[in-house]
Design a protein around this ligand. Structure first.
Ligand SMILES: [Zn+2]
Length: 250
């Protein structure tokens, strides 16, 4: 879904300057690979890239797309998020209870065909992906060959990924109720932003996620809801109840 906004931003962005330099080595490698692809493209049909399979925009650009809430946007409590919020940008006040380790997550997998020499791209949105069995290039199809695909780790696009568990604020829990929790997926620049115990205003898109087969069998549900993080705003005070407890103790 975000791919639509990404494509628009990609077409609107200005061209790179001649004297453009970026110190980050990952960006430099990405640019070098991109230059090499453009050279191949210029050479055209001579065993280069297949025109039908364009290079995905995510592989070309070192940036991502984020939505920042308007300053007038009001926060909700976790209990106010209902079915009609699915697919919408939601903003809620919550408490961070746990933060998992930051892991790499693949965005674009690239393959190299041994038979025709073309590059094949696979865009990965979910947690799992199935590698293509056959080379989809026109050259291999015309020759009726399946093509031997090799994964090229060096030219794949990766991002940082972190899973954060958030819980309702104490004041939003009705008397006698159990605080609700929710899973938040943070990527790229949003990783390592929050720590357990911090109370934050979170903005993100409320999404369903397909569970893997084994988990579906156990949990008897095919999907799980999560929030795709877009913006974190830390509150000045932390967990308010601890402050109240300390005040009571002293
Ligand atoms: Zn091929």
């Amino acid at each position: 879904m975000l791919g639509f906004f990404y494509e628009i931003c990609d077409t609107e962005q200005p061209a790179r300057d001649e004297n453009y330099t970026d110190e980050a080595s990952a960006t430099r490698v990405r640019n070098a690979v991109q230059d090499w692809r453009e050279r191949l493209n210029a050479k055209d049909a001579a065993g280069g890239l297949d025109k039908a399979m364009g290079v995905p925009a995510k592989l070309k650009n070192p940036w991502g797309v984020r939505f920042k809430p308007r300053s007038s946007a009001s926060s909700m409590s976790m209990r106010q998020i209902r079915g009609d919020s699915v697919g919408q940008l939601v903003q809620l006040d919550c408490l961070v209870v746990s933060v998992q380790q930051v892991k790499p997550k693949v965005q674009i997998v690239t393959y190299h065909c041994e038979t025709c020499g073309c590059e094949v791209f696979q865009s990965v949105e979910a947690d799992t992906y199935t590698p293509p069995k056959e080379c989809p290039s026109t050259k291999c199809k015309e020759n009726k060959q399946s093509g031997n695909l090799h994964r090229m780790v060096r030219s794949c696009a990766f991002t940082r990924h972190e899973e954060v568990k958030v819980q309702e604020l104490a004041e939003h829990v009705p008397a006698g109720g159990i605080p609700r929790t929710m899973t938040v997926q943070a990527e790229g620049d949003l990783t390592r932003m929050v720590k357990p115990g911090q109370s934050i205003t979170l903005t993100g898109v409320f999404f369903p996620q397909d569970l893997p087969y084994a988990m579906r069998m156990r949990q008897q549900s095919t999907q799980k809801m999560f929030i795709e993080a877009h913006h974190f705003q830390k509150h000045k005070s932390g967990y308010s109840e601890t402050v109240a407890d300390e005040a009571r103790a002293s």
